[in-house]
Each structure stands twice: as C-alpha cells, then as structure tokens.
Ligand binder design. Structure first.
Ligand code: ADP
Length: 596
C-alpha cells in the first residue's frame, strides 16, 4: 500500500489532458472516426431491434398460433442481421484506416523530435524507455482511438437506450434493474483507479526491461569476454521477475473485476426473471415482454461490463499519452538562431574564446574551463591529454552537439550559435572514436551527410580513407552493413567513418582519435591519406598516439579541462614534462619520435 501511494506520488496520475493533447494527431482522421461512431451506433440499435421482433413473435404469431405471420417477422430479423454485419464491415475499415494512420503519424513525429533533441537528452534517457514509448505506448494509444474511445460513447448510449426501453416495457422491473447497476459502477470506479496505477507501473518497468535486453545485446562481446554472463543474467532475471510480479498484480485486479462483472449480472437476472414471472402470473406483463426484457437486460450487461474495461483502457492510453508527451515536451536546447548568419566562402578558422562547459547533470563541476585556442584556416591542431581531461567534450562543442556554457566558439569570426545548424554541419564534419554504421548499404552509410554525392566523389573519399575494400565486398557499394548486415572489422569501420566525414568536403574536420582501432599497417595507410586531406582543411584531432600527433601542425596539451601548453610536437616534448609523460603513458614512444 505504502509502495502504491509512493508510486502514485512519483508518477502522478495520468491526466485526461494527455488524451486531449493527442487531438492534433486524431483530427486528420475526423471523418473516418465519425463514420466509425455512426456505424457503431447504428449497429447497436439494429442489434437491439432483434429482441423486440422476438417479443412480437412470442406475443403475436406464437400466442395466436398464426404461422403465416411468422415469415415476415423472420425475414425482418434476417434483414436486420445482414444490416448489422454490413455496418460492422464499414466500422472495421474506418477503424483500421484511422487508428493505424494516426499511430504512424505520431510515431513519425516522435522520431523526428528524437532526432532533433540534443545529445544531452540522449545521455539522460535510456534507449529502452524510448523504444517502449515508440512501440508499446503507441500501440496502446492506437487501441484506444480505434476501439475504446468509440465504444465508450456507443456503450454509454446503448445502455441509456436499453434503460429507457426497460422502463417503458415494465417500469417496476426497469427500476430494479437500473438500481442494481449502482453498486457495480461504484465497484468498477474503485478498481479502475487501482488498475490505472498498476498499468503505469508495468509500462515503466517494461521500459527498464527493454533497456536491459538492448544493453546485453549490444554489449554481448564485452559481457562474454569478461565472463559476466551470469551477472547480467541475474540482473535481467530480477527485472523480469519484477515485471512478472507487477503483471500478476495487474491480472489479479483484472480477474477480480471480471469475476464480479460475470457473476453480479447473473444474480440480477435471476431476480429479474423471478419478479417478471410473478408479473406474468398476475397478468401485469406479457410473456413476450418478459422474454424481450431478459434479452435486452443481457444486451445491457456487455456495455456495463465493457465500460469498466474500456475506461481502464482509457487510463492505459492516458498513461501512455503522458509518457509520450514527456518526450515530445522536452524542448530542443540546441536551438536555431532566429536570424542565422551565413559564411559565403568559409575558410575554416576556428577560435575558442574563454570556452567553458559543464554537463547538465553536474552544472557546478565544469568539464572545460577558460579554453582559448585559435586554429588557423588549413592548420591541424592535435589535442593531447589524460583520459577524462575533456578532449572528447571539446570536439563535441564545435559542431554544436552541445552548446558551450561559457565563452564562445567562432568559425571565421562568426559564433557557431549564429550559423544555421545545417550550414554549420556542412562546414564541420566529424568522425568519432566509435564509428557508428547503420543497417543500410555502404553507399547509404557513406552519403549520410550528403545524399546527393556523385559516384566520383564517393570513390575519391573511399580512396583517401583507404577504404577501397568496399569494392571487394559481395555487392560492392550496395552491400548491406551494420547490425543487420555484413560485419566489418574495427579498422574497416573506422576507414568508412573517415570516408563519410571527408565526403562532405568539409572546411573543418573534427576527429576524435579516428585511428585507434587500426592495425599498424592500415594505420600508416590511413595516416598518409589523412595527411593530404588535412592539408586542405582545418583539423581538430584528438590524439592518443604519438603517430597521430605527427599529423598535426601544432599540439595543445589539455589538463583538467583547460589548455596548459601549445606548440609543435617537438617543442612540447622538449619543454613540457607533462606532455612527455602523457604520450609515454598512452603508448610507448616510437623510437624515431624519441627526443634522445
Ligand atoms: P577525454 O576525452 O579527455 O577522455 P571526456 O571529454 O570524455 O574526456 O570527459 C571529460 C569529463 O566529462 C569526464 O570527467 C567525464 O566523466 C565527463 N563526461 C563525459 N561525457 C559526459 C556526459 N555525457 N555526461 C556527463 N559527464 C560526462
């Protein structure tokens, strides 16, 4: 109980507001939804007419023994049956079209928003949580729009129509029946509230479980090589048990709801038949009316029973809507300048002026402070520093994956925040230590930043990055790679990532230790190629090895988030002991680089 209250406090009640906020996605399908509603209502009314025909049959032809009058009534019942079937067909068509269309639109918008959100958002959010929002939560909302929302309306109306019919037919029985509905409604409202909390808990926990599965799948090599399978399995098992326990809680509540919904109406029906029989015996009501009454009462049970379930579904949908809005409401903090400046002919001079940066989770502990650097157009600067000194963070600031929290970064004198983001990312290209390739063809992976690149440009980039091996792949540039395709070696991946960066013909190339996974022979090949590329662009290269440092014209030493020395490699080796120490730590100094 305490946990339940705590939970409710923590996630807050799913609000009707979040359902209302889904309206913009529902509106384009209004006429289909209206058609759905109309056909559902007509279908229900047609269904309700059948017990009335039965009453005519019993009180008319059967009571009078007049068989000839049976045929028209039977034909009428058949016609109503056919009409009901047709209405169901139309309703299902409208349902499928509108709810699937809405789900698709919503998913596209979510995806677009996720793409736009800053890297800082993705640092904070587990990908499993995002996955479960893009799949499970959207499916819940689709089911609500395509089913529950319509039936909440039709069932309520059906119930009201039946209630009036019952009262008109034989009011004492009508009153008994309606009054008997009150305890059922109170029971349902109470249990739905419990169900709602349980539903959100299961949804959240499923997100956690998805994250665990995803991490284990992505990191399977590391898990195996460190022999931590059991540990991961135990962690997963515990989470799976939690989900199972929560699902069971949810099912127990549902079971309770269903058993009451099943048993209670039957008891009421027994009372109705008993009172009705007395009425028939007294002649206050005909047999046909009693039969129609019982049939209508049974027809009313489904709307009452379903109403509870449908409201629970609405709660699920509200919880799912809340979870979606949490993502959609997250503002994009890397915002476009309202009046972006343009650099007509970028030269690629980069200047960092008093740059400071703190990650959002530790605003008081800046990772970078007072960084001042100028990289002239065409120059290549290597950044060297101990692990954790802030090198990678620095490289992420230039293409605005994060925004500086102090100072500014300029390209050709223009603050990067004043450039249109698309322009900035055309001027600056990046290749990170972990080269990400997507499940797509080699060509698609290469032309990610420049879809209109010609074959000649692709071939040139591949040649510069020494990635011609792709021509020898089974289907050449059309070979599928990435998670769902052919696996490539670490060196091959890095050369492809380099080719991708070079393909944009960027004025500024930011490379975060791009050569780390290459064998010595390949590294030499790529280095030679990179040198010629870097001759034509401005380069900011994070270097761990002395051999990478040699690609640069100048080196900056980074210590504890700030630049403590700059100069040529040789100068720093001779005058800065800390620099020598770091390079010798990172890798054994190459004998021909040794100052001695
Ligand atoms: P380097 O590349 O020199 O190893 P990083 O730039 O990766 O250094 O990291 C600098 C510091 O910032 C480290 O203390 C690291 O823990 C912290 N850091 C890096 N990435 C993040 C992040 N996404 N969120 C919070 N802190 C981070």
């Amino acid at each position: 109980m305490v946990e339940r209250i705590f939970y409710r406090y923590r996630c807050g009640p799913p609000s009707k507001r979040s359902l209302r906020r889904l309206l913009p996605w529902i509106r384009p399908y209004s006429w289909q939804l209206a058609l759905m509603l109309v056909t559902a209502l007509l279908g229900t009314l047609v269904g309700l007419a059948v017990p009335l025909i039965a009453r005519q049959v019993i009180d008319g032809p059967i009571a009078a023994g007049d068989r000839s009058a049976l045929l028209p009534l039977a034909l009428l019942a058949v016609a109503f049956g056919v009409a009901e079937a047709l209405l169901i067909l139309i309703r299902r068509w409208a349902t499928a079209n509108s709810s699937l269309g809405m789900e698709n639109d919503l998913r596209n918008d979510l995806y677009r928003h996720l793409q736009r959100l800053p890297v800082a958002f993705h640092d904070k959010w587990q990908s499993g949580q995002l996955l479960s929002r893009a799949t499970t939560d959207l499916a819940i909302i689709r089911r609500f729009v395509g089913f529950a929302a319509v039936f909440i309306i039709t069932d309520t109306l059906t119930f009201l129509v039946i209630a009036i019919m019952l009262l008109v037919m034989y009011w004492p029985l009508g009153v008994v029946t309606l009054v008997s509905g009150i305890p059922l409604v109170i029971f349902m409202l109470h249990h739905e509230r419990i169900y709602k909390v349980l539903a959100r808990r299961v949804q959240d926990q499923t997100g956690e479980l998805t994250t665990a599965v995803e991490e284990a799948a992505v990191g399977i090599r590391i898990i195996k090589s460190f022999g931590r399978r059991q540990m991961f399995y135990d962690g997963y098992d515990e989470q799976a048990r939690t989900v199972r326990g929560q699902q069971l809680d949810k099912i127990r509540t549902l079971a309770k709801i269903w058993s009451v919904l099943d048993a209670y109406p039957q008891i009421v029906l027994a009372v109705v038949v008993l009172i009705g029989s007395i009425g028939v015996a007294k002649g206050a009501v005909t047999l046909g009316t009693l039969a129609a009454f019982a049939a209508l009462y049974l027809a009313a049970i489904w709307p009452i029973a379903a109403l509870g379930w449908l409201l629970a579904n609405a709660q699920d949908a509200a919880a799912a809507g809340d979870r979606l809005m949490e993502v959609l409401d997250t503002p994009t903090t890397i915002v476009e300048s309202e009046r972006p400046s343009r650099i007509e002919h970028p030269r690629g001079q980069i200047r960092l002026e008093g740059v400071g940066f703190a990650y959002h989770d530790a605003p008081d502990a800046p990772v970078l402070r007072d960084v001042n650097l100028t990289i002239e157009s065409g120059e290549t600067l290597a950044v060297v520093g101990a692990t954790g000194s802030g090198k990678t963070t620095l490289t992420a600031l230039v293409p605005r994956l994060y925004d500086v929290t102090a100072g500014r970064i300029t390209i050709d004198g223009v603050d990067v925040r004043d450039l249109a983001i698309a322009d900035l990312r055309t001027i600056v290209a990046t290749a990170f230590e972990e080269p990400t390739l997507f499940s797509a063809s080699v060509r698609e992976n290469l032309t990610l930043g420049r879809p209109q690149a010609t074959d000649a440009e692709v071939a040139e980039a591949l040649s510069v990055a020494h990635a011609e091996f792709v021509h020898r792949l089974p289907w050449g540039l059309d070979t599928r790679i990435g998670e769902q395709g052919l696996s490539l070696s670490g060196g091959q991946r890095q050369r492809l990532a380099l080719a991708r960066a070079i393909l944009g013909r960027p004025r500024v190339l930011v490379l975060d230790d791009p050569l780390s996974a290459l064998d010595v022979h390949t590294e030499e090949l790529v280095e030679t190629a990179l040198r010629s590329v870097l001759n034509q662009t401005t380069g900011l290269v994070v270097a761990h090895r002395a051999s990478t440092v040699l690609l640069a014209d100048r080196v900056a030493l980074m210590e504890d988030g700030t630049i403590t020395a700059t100069g040529t490699h040789q100068e720093l080796l001779e005058t800065v002991p800390a620099y020598r120490e770091i390079l010798s730590q990172e890798a054994e100094l190459d004998s021909d680089l040794d100052p001695v």
